[in-house]
Design a protein. Structure first.
Length: 587
């Protein structure tokens, strides 16, 4: 290989290592790699900035805005509310859920779709006495299946289509990927319905665990009228730094202070709710001026006037690596964390000192407006209320549906390129007052868009330095003895392996030039290889890291990585077999 190829390989490996160990966000790592390659002279300025002149990130950004409008207005909610029905315990309602979710995911971005469906699925499960964990992971996988059906089903498809334009190929047609994606989706849905109820039967979600174990970590105490702490603040009463428990709320009958703040003034007969481990509540016995409100410590875990929420921590959250105390969670988010669940297990340590990780699920007590404040911010990947009420929708449903369907038809029949159709739809959503300009701005996932834009520069370096050709030569020489099938299988396995650890878009951008070079060397149609890379890059079923919807359900579902492996392995095998068989037939 040339010196430029070795330098590119070293930078790419360092980026991959950084992604796996969580050194920094994917977009920061990708941009840093592009800058290093630019400084080393491997790529020039036009190549480094290629992502900003490619239609892919702009199309993805416009679709984020369209998806935000769909989520806000609940344009597809009438279907989702009734589709799971009232009969059947797991398999029948799961099938009723997966089919429309996959269809909807083919027409809108799957991240807001899953965010919108999670609370509805959780409410359905609670009302019928089953655990949402049976359904949340299949929900994510169903959304991934839908992304394989159309050009706009996932940003990965648009990224690969943008790369095809860069190398002089005609981009995907609107339904072209569905030739291979539809069989994968159908077999995948059948596999989920058949296998996941048995494989996930022992998983318990944090919401379910919270309801069943509330008596283990909640206690109410009453402030003695005229006592030592009547009229004192929470701080002065010594209720801020207790061992094993903390003050969550103050209920004074006509109002509730939740979360309780250090300067909250206590009054006689206030009911103080403490959260923690019951085996460590002895601190409360020594505080003069507090009496047990109920000698029976079995309480219903609810606070009038306040609500409980499950929030999932994403890779891009500023909370990752910081404890609740370090982040000033109470004051910053106006909520108090009453439990932390990690890999399906509630953490028993003192919550304020636990460094948070991506995928953690937090149970938060806050005012009812907590979700509205934080649901579209990078701080939390998803926010779901722990109640049996589904969030009301905003007006504008029919306008949203009209714009969405027009965009799809115009792009599908070729009247306008997908970029033009998506940008027009996004502008119409704001112009028709379906969403505000501020909501449209917050809908843009800058982490995803930044990663896509930067990764085009990396892809240009992989191609231009000769690294892609060298890897392709290695693939064909090693697997070429097995014919075209061996080379195709090698690209599929490499792409799936990458996407499980470095996200789908990064895997697609890095593997596309390698795949196309391998196709040329092995005599495979480059277009078929582009389809292979696009679908394999979306086939993230083995870890919670490779696809954002998998991360979204990880904490709220109470899953372990082993659950992804058990449920995802047969589906991954389905993807590999169908791609290996169908690509040579179709291309």
């Amino acid at each position: 290989m040339s010196p430029e190829a070795w330098l590119t390989a070293a930078v790419v490996v360092l980026i991959l290592v950084g992604l796996v160990i969580g050194l920094a966000s994917p977009s920061i790592l990708a941009f840093s790699g592009v800058v290093v390659l630019l400084l080393l002279g491997v790529i020039e300025v036009p190549e480094a900035l290629a992502g900003f002149s490619n239609p892919a990130p702009f199309t993805v950004g416009a679709l984020f805005v369209v998806a935000r409008a769909i989520s806000k207005t609940g344009a597809i909610r009438p279907i989702t509310q009734s589709v799971m029905g009232v009969t059947g315990h797991t398999r029948r309602p799961m099938l009723r859920m997966l089919l429309p979710v996959s269809l909807a995911s083919a027409l809108m971005n799957n991240i807001p779709l899953v965010a919108m469906m999670m609370p509805e699925v959780s409410v359905w499960a609670r009302k019928r006495g089953t655990d949402a964990a049976r359904f949340l992971l299949p929900l994510s996988y169903g959304a991934i299946f839908g992304g394989l059906l159309t050009l706009i089903g996932t940003s990965t498809n648009l990224v690969v289509a943008g790369q095809m334009v860069d190398v002089g190929m005609e981009p995907f047609g609107f339904f072209e990927l569905g030739q291979v994606g539809l069989p994968i989706a159908l077999v995948g849905v059948a596999s989920l319905v058949a296998l996941s109820p048995r494989l996930l039967k022992n998983v318990r979600s944090p919401g379910s665990a919270l309801a069943k174990s509330a008596k283990d970590f909640t206690i109410d105490m009453r402030v003695t009228t005229g006592g030592p702490i009547d009229g004192a603040t929470v701080e002065d009463a010594g209720l801020r730094h207790l061992t094993g428990v903390f003050l969550a709320s103050v209920n004074r009958g006509d109002s509730v202070v939740a979360p309780a703040r250090p300067n909250t003034v206590l009054r006689g007969d206030d009911i103080l709710r403490f959260v923690g481990r019951v085996d460590q509540i002895l601190d409360l016995q020594s505080i003069r001026g507090l009496d047990h409100d109920n000698l029976e410590f079995i309480q219903e875990f609810s606070v009038p006037g306040a609500s409980y929420f499950t929030v999932a921590i994403g890779h891009d959250s500023p909370l990752v690596g910081r404890s609740l105390k370090e982040s000033g969670f109470r004051s910053s988010y106006q909520g108090v964390v009453v439990a932390i669940h990690r890999a399906g297990v509630r953490i028993e340590a003192k919550l304020g000192e636990v460094p948070l990780r991506a995928g953690d699920a937090l149970i938060v007590l806050a005012d009812p407006d907590f979700k509205a404040r934080w649901q579209h911010r990078a701080d939390f990947l998803v926010v779901s209320p722990l109640s049996d009420e589904v969030e009301p929708v905003a007006p504008g449903r029919w306008r949203t549906l009209a714009v969405l369907l027009t965009m799809i038809v115009v792009a599908a029949v070729g009247l306008l390129p997908i970029l033009h159709a998506a940008l027009t739809a996004a502008i119409l959503m704001v112009a028709l007052r379906v969403i505000t300009a501020d909501e449209a701005r917050h809908a843009l996932d800058l982490e995803v868009l930044g990663l896509i834009a930067a990764a085009f520069g990396l892809a240009a370096a992989v191609e231009g330095s000769g690294l892609a050709a060298s890897i392709a030569d290695g693939l064909t020489s090693t697997l070429g003895t097995f014919g075209e099938t061996g080379v195709l299988l090698g690209v599929i396995l490499a792409t799936i392996a990458l996407t499980e650890f470095v996200t789908n878009n990064a895997a697609a951008l890095l593997m596309f030039p390698i795949g196309v070079s391998s196709a040329a060397a092995a005599g495979i149609d480059p277009r078929g290889m582009a389809v292979t890379v696009a679908i394999a890059a979306s086939a993230s079923f083995l870890t919670p890291l490779g696809y954002q919807t998998n991360t979204m359900v990880y904490g709220p579902g109470g899953y372990k990585v082993s659950d992804y492996v058990k449920v995802g392995s047969p589906i991954t095998l389905v993807v590999i077999v169908i791609l290996t068989v169908m690509i040579p037939v179709l291309y």
